[in-house]
Ligand binder design. Structure first.
Ligand code: HEM
Length: 455
């Protein structure tokens, strides 16, 4: 059976500078194959040490048991500062805790039910956009899923579709921003000392300013609507009217702009990547695609939007889960040790980097049977359930787990079902996809598919 594409590992030992060069091209193929079966690995640089932890016990220690001792490194904040300011994604300590107390209620289960119809509308709109192009001509599907995921964010957050002038403005400028700074968090993992200056190009700063100006317009307008009592009941209103239970404060417009920027960035890039890989996998494995199509036809009633539909999309959810296992949109996360630590049999000094890698954990040869196979049925097996419990973290874990994990697990299967119900997806000869990790796991030369209508 053909395996889903996996980047080749780098050959054996290389010098630091070769590593840096490979790393710049792609974080995944810069790593050696031994990381797929090691519990822990050490990378030495002249400036600091970096430790990849694959042992589930170590991952739990860092993410769940003592997260305050392993904060996000300042390098991440520096890399993302022009766009994100002081958003929840980059803050630490008390500021981060206060931000999560205000944001989390908006993403709880009950609210998700209220958000669901807007997700559905975005899915239907994506089907309509693609219908005109579903004539078998190759389509770069990441661009489409990116637009669909951005549409979901704008509809759920601000009750506006992607065609809205400001929403399409943000989406357009964001593409330019990515071109200006394609490897956003490279600075976070590159072996450079802390004192090394990090430059943001003029274009990066300009596009970040432009995106923030557009988001400020939306946020300021919403503040006025809230004050006038005319605001729609969506995520933005919920977040902007939630008081921190400890201090009684709400976000001011500036702080809300930082949060909206991260919801847009974290919420659309990741979901777009997961959806594109899911569709590619279904094109590679048509027998699974047929099962998803049958399930969608049996479960989805185009005239009735029920939240309970989601529970019935079992096969679709397992396909999406398996895509997140093989192609976790956030392939690696970085934390910093603040104290001397003894991890397995290594002494880890303060300032060392701790790298947690969903990419390697979720393909770990000592945890998963047939780790590189695409098999959504695995989650029904003992091994699959064990893997889910111990080595599955596409949304990270612990206190800093992705705020939008429930949201994404509703959006992903729903959009997948709506798309596969409408179209048959096929691979394009000569255009096989190969994953590379930039900000998220993307296709090296895009992800190309051919679409034809089902009905
Ligand atoms: C398939 C989709 C998604 C994946 C795989 C994903 C994955 C992740 C991961 C791994 C992190 C932790 C990063 C780290 O600790 O370094 C994270 C954080 C975050 N995600 Fe997501 N995410 C997804 C969708 C979303 C959506 C839809 C939203 C919001 C609408 C969102 C909002 C956030 C926020 C705000 C954080 C920062 C949380 C914190 O640091 O406290 N994500 N996400």
């Amino acid at each position: 059976m053909t395996l889903p594409p996996k980047p080749p590992a780098r050959p054996g030992k290389v010098s630091l500078w070769t590593y840096a060069r490979l790393f710049r091209q792609d974080i995944l193929s810069a790593q050696p194959a031994r990381l797929y079966h090691a519990w822990m690995a050490e990378f030495r640089t002249p400036f600091f040490r970096s430790y990849m932890c694959n042992d589930p016990k170590l991952v739990d220690l860092v993410l769940k048991e003592r997260p305050d001792d392993f904060p996000k490194s300042d390098r991440i904040r520096e890399g993302l500062a022009p766009l994100l300011g002081n958003s929840v994604f980059v803050t630490n300590g008390e500021t981060w805790k206060r931000q999560r107390r205000i944001i989390d209620p908006a993403f709880e289960g009950g609210r998700l039910r209220d958000t669901f119809p807007a997700m559905w509308d975005a899915g239907v709109a994506a089907v309509e956009r693609l219908r005109a192009r579903a004539d078998g001509t190759p389509i770069e599907i990441e661009a489409e899923t990116s637009e669909a995921a951005a549409d979901v964010i704008f509809r759920t957050l601000f009750s506006i579709p992607i065609e809205h002038e400001t929403a399409s403005g943000v989406f357009k400028v964001f593409k330019a921003h990515q071109r200006a700074q394609p490897v956003l968090n490279l600075g976070a993992v590159l072996p450079l000392p802390k004192w090394f200056p990090r430059f943001h190009s003029r274009e990066t700063k300009r596009t970040a300013r432009e995106i923030r100006a557009l988001i400020t317009q939306l946020t300021a307008q919403r503040m006025t609507e809230i004050e006038a009592g005319t605001a729609p009941d969506d995520l933005a209103t919920k977040i902007m009217t939630t008081r921190d239970p400890q201090t009684g404060h709400t976000f001011d417009t500036g702080e809300m702009v930082d949060q909206v920027a991260i919801f847009f960035l974290a919420g659309h890039e990741t979901s777009a990547s997961a959806l594109a890989w899911s569709l590619y996998l279904l094109a590679l494995y048509p027998e699974w695609q047929e099962q998803v199509a049958e399930e969608a036809a049996a479960v989805i009633d185009p005239d009735k939007i029920y939240f309970s539909t989601l529970k019935k999309l079992k096969i679709t959810r397992d396909v999406f889960r398996e895509a997140l296992r093989l192609y976790p949109p956030v392939p690696m996360m970085v934390r910093e040790a603040t104290k001397c630590e003894h991890l397995r049999d290594r002494e880890v000094k303060p300032g060392s980097q701790i790298v947690l890698s969903p990419w390697h954990q979720q393909r770990h040869e000592r945890i998963w049977e047939r780790p590189d196979d695409f098999d959504p049925g695995r989650f029904e097996t003992e091994n699959g359930k064990f893997g889910l419990r111990t080595a599955y973290m596409p949304f990270s874990a612990g206190a800093r787990v992705c705020t939008g994990s429930g949201f994404a697990m509703a959006e992903g299967p729903l959009l997948l079902a709506l798309l596969v119900q409408a179209f048959r997806f096929e691979t394009v000869p000569g255009r096989a996809a190969m994953p590379v990790a930039h900000l998220t796991v993307r296709g090296k030369d895009g992800i190309w598919l051919r679409l034809t209508p089902r009905a």
